[in-house]
Design a protein around this ligand. Structure first.
Ligand SMILES: CC(C)(COP(=O)(O)OP(=O)(O)OC[C@H]1O[C@@H](n2cnc3c(N)ncnc32)[C@H](O)[C@@H]1OP(=O)(O)O)[C@@H](O)C(=O)NCCC(=O)NCCS
Length: 433
């Protein structure tokens, strides 16, 4: 595959930079750590390295140096569709080079060969109670496939550290194409009486996902957009950091991704997209058929805050303005579903919530994040089972975190082991007698 050859070349070119930094500049200080950071989730401590994406607090995410609109613009598009191939985007994330159409299609074809879900995964999932959360099923499905790991096989045979990235890359390319298939299988198992739809050999990753979900066009484009937007948000967020942390023990891609997905399943992280929809539905129920107004939205938001809960879909640990992933999805809505009542309500919340959060004065960022806008699109295209939404996030997130752990192996990143201190030690540092 040209993807693998390009990656090998990029790795060779990159390695001396990391080696030089370590050898000649290892003592240079990057960041200080305050008491608040030690207690408060290491917020803002600069101690992770990734070149796959960078998150500027005001500008938002750049994938390999490009903004979201630039990324969509530059990548090869599926003929007749609005959004690029997810496979081409993966090539780009992995190598930083924009693939040609031919290079993209080579990945599309290779991924088709690798996407079939093993029978035992289906058996495992069918054995689980049907009311199991789809994120649990998704994580379990990934973990069940760990026996396939090439990395483990080659590690057990004895392999040089310099070669680690190669079987990691193979694991990633075996796992990634199966994820949308796994997600669609879980969806049909849980919500459609296990009435499964076979893969269509003519379709790319996004197209086949829509097909196996049983949702018509333009849901294929929704899937492409969604997977790309949710792919990567640098390394410190819970799902990316967990995947990296677990992989740092030389655990393979299956172990690492399954762990990262478990982190994504938390309500302060990926599950917020489910929470946004459930909040909105409850609000509509309370209205009992009345037209929503800004005043009613404001009251409901205050009720949520006053009962000690967070407003889902708003705020961010790093961002300090509207998330461009929110904006990108909003633009999709403005084009495809401008008059849809639920979209209008989501827009009304966008108008009111930042002011409410500012008035409350706690959140450092009152603006919406990616999760505030994603559910309404799914709902519009008929995917109303909102506890499934985080699985979609989890398929997208895999693109970024799997690219990252391949590079972790290529650059020989160490096992993670930050140091802890006791509360008494912090008190001593603080000068408390
Ligand atoms: C994303 C999030 C976890 C970031 O947390 P953070 O970095 O600690 O955020 P802040 O530094 O702004 O938090 C300061 C305070 O504001 C509160 N706050 C932040 N966002 C809030 C929100 N959307 N609603 C209510 N309160 C919020 C925090 O809970 C915290 O309160 P505390 O001092 O009582 O503990 C937080 O904004 C949040 O819970 N948002 C809602 C869930 C969500 O949308 N998650 C998806 C993120 S992509």
């Amino acid at each position: 595959m040209k993807l693998k050859k390009t990656l090998a070349k990029k790795i060779e070119e990159h390695r001396p930079r990391t080696t030089r930094l370590l050898k000649e500049f290892g003592d240079v200080e990057v960041s200080k750590v305050t008491v608040a950071q030690a207690i408060g989730g290491a917020r803002g401590v600069r101690c992770l390295v990734t070149d796959v994406s960078y998150l500027d607090p005001f500008e938002g995410i750049r994938f390999r140096g490009r903004t979201i609109p630039e990324t969509f613009e530059v990548l090869p598009k599926v003929p007749g569709r609005e959004y690029p191939y997810v496979e081409g985007f993966f090539y780009y994330l992995m190598t930083s080079e924009v693939p040609t159409e031919k290079e993209t299609l080579e990945v599309v074809e290779e991924f088709k060969k690798r996407r079939a879900l093993p029978q035992y995964v289906k058996d495992v999932l069918r054995a689980m109670p049907r009311d199991t959360h789809p994120m649990t099923m998704y994580s379990a499905g990934i973990l069940a496939m760990q026996r396939e790991s090439e990395f483990v096989k080659q590690y057990n045979e004895g392999m040089s550290k310099m070669e680690y990235w190669d079987p990691m890359f193979e694991d990633v390319c075996n796992l990634l194409p199966k994820l949308p298939v796994l997600a669609a299988f879980i969806y049909r198992l849980k919500y459609k009486d296990d009435d499964q739809i076979d893969a269509n050999p003519d379709l790319d990753m996004g197209g086949n996902f829509a097909h196996q979900m049983g949702i018509a066009e333009p849901y294929d484009d929704v899937a492409r957009m969604y997977f790309i937007l949710h792919s990567d948000h640098e390394s410190g967020n819970v799902s990316a950091h967990t995947t990296h942390l677990v992989a740092s023990a030389l655990s393979d891609a299956y172990y690492a991704l399954s762990a990262g997905i478990n982190g994504l399943a938390g309500p302060l992280h990926g599950l917020a997209n489910q929470e946004v929809l459930s909040w909105t539905m409850k609000f509509q129920e309370q209205l009992g058929g009345k037209e929503p107004t800004e005043e009613l939205v404001r009251e409901a938001l205050w009720d949520t805050l006053n009962s000690g809960q967070v407003i889902p879909g708003y705020g961010h640990a790093v961002l300090r303005k509207t998330d461009p992933r929110y904006t990108s999805q909003r633009e999709f809505c403005l084009k495809h579903l401008p008059d849809y009542p639920l979209f209008k309500l989501i827009s009304m919340i966008y108008k009111v919530a930042p002011g409410v959060l500012e008035e409350q004065g706690k959140a450092k960022n009152p603006w919406p994040n990616v999760d505030a806008q994603s559910g309404v699109i799914q709902w519009y295209y008929g995917l109303k089972e909102y506890d499934f939404y985080t699985v979609l996030f989890g398929v997208g997130r895999a693109l970024g975190v799997l690219a990252n752990i391949t590079w972790d192996r290529a650059l020989g990143y160490a096992i993670e082991r930050p140091k802890s201190v006791t509360t008494a030690m912090l008190e001593e540092v603080a000068g408390i007698k």
